[in-house]
Design a protein. Structure first.
Length: 228
């Protein structure tokens, strides 16, 4: 059974962070024609423990049906509603270098409930170019464009030295959600949510784990016996 999402306001942040993975797994299952799934199967698809998945979904008021499991499409719809994906969110991307260019062409925006309505840059050679079907505008016009197109999420893909300025301008014009790809920490007032995506940091974490595995493998090797 699914409870009214309007009655569920106290979902922990850690649970919210895992909901997109559950939605991804459910979308994949639906694409394979699977109508229902057990908590163990869904947990395996999402890469979490089944007990954690059941606890997370309990915050949504969803407990599944004993002996049947979860209805894939129903649960996917509920998670989408809880994540706010039942509507399209207007997005502006600032910084159309290699990363920004790739983000502009990313199909996951349109399929995930987000609509890129503005591309902005300060490079005169980039301004006026057509990228992913849109004409790149000037960052000098950020405030006017954000207001006119109802942007609610700002994506920053600029160099670090200009990211804070862009963020401040987003906030000043009313944007309260920022996705930051610049390699820096942004200072924002209360009420503004910032999500940071640092590719270099993620690679460094992977390097750490690779190093640990290499050390562990060397330590587990049996010592060679020395002939007398």
């Amino acid at each position: 059974m699914i409870a009214d999402p309007a009655a569920r306001r106290d979902i922990p942040d850690a649970t919210v962070a895992r909901l997109p993975e559950y939605l991804r797994a459910l979308t994949d299952l639906a694409g394979r024609g699977i109508a229902s799934v057990s908590s163990e199967e869904l947990a395996a698809e999402a890469g979490v423990r089944s007990a954690k998945l059941r606890k997370d979904l309990s915050h949504l008021g969803s407990y599944g049906v004993r002996g049947v499991g979860y209805e894939v499409e129903v649960l996917a719809h509920e998670i989408s509603r809880q994540l706010g994906l039942a509507q399209n969110w207007p997005v502006a991307i600032v910084g159309l270098g290699n990363l920004g260019h790739a983000l502009a062409a990313y199909s996951g925006f349109s399929t995930g409930g987000f609509h890129v309505v503005a591309l902005l840059d300060r490079d005169r050679e980039v301004i006026g170019q057509k990228i992913a079907g849109m004409i790149v505008g000037s960052v000098d016009d950020l405030e006017r464009i954000v207001s006119a197109r109802g942007v609610v999420i700002g994506v920053i893909a600029t160099p670090a030295d200009s990211a804070q300025e862009v963020c401040d301008r987003f906030v000043a014009v009313g944007v309260r959600s920022v996705l930051n790809f610049a390699p820096c920490v942004l200072a924002v007032p209360d009420g503004v949510a910032v999500r940071k995506v640092d590719l270099a940091t993620e690679l460094q974490i992977l390097a750490f784990h690779e190093q640990r595995k290499s050390v562990s493998a060397r330590e587990s090797r049996p010592l060679l016996e020395v002939a007398p």
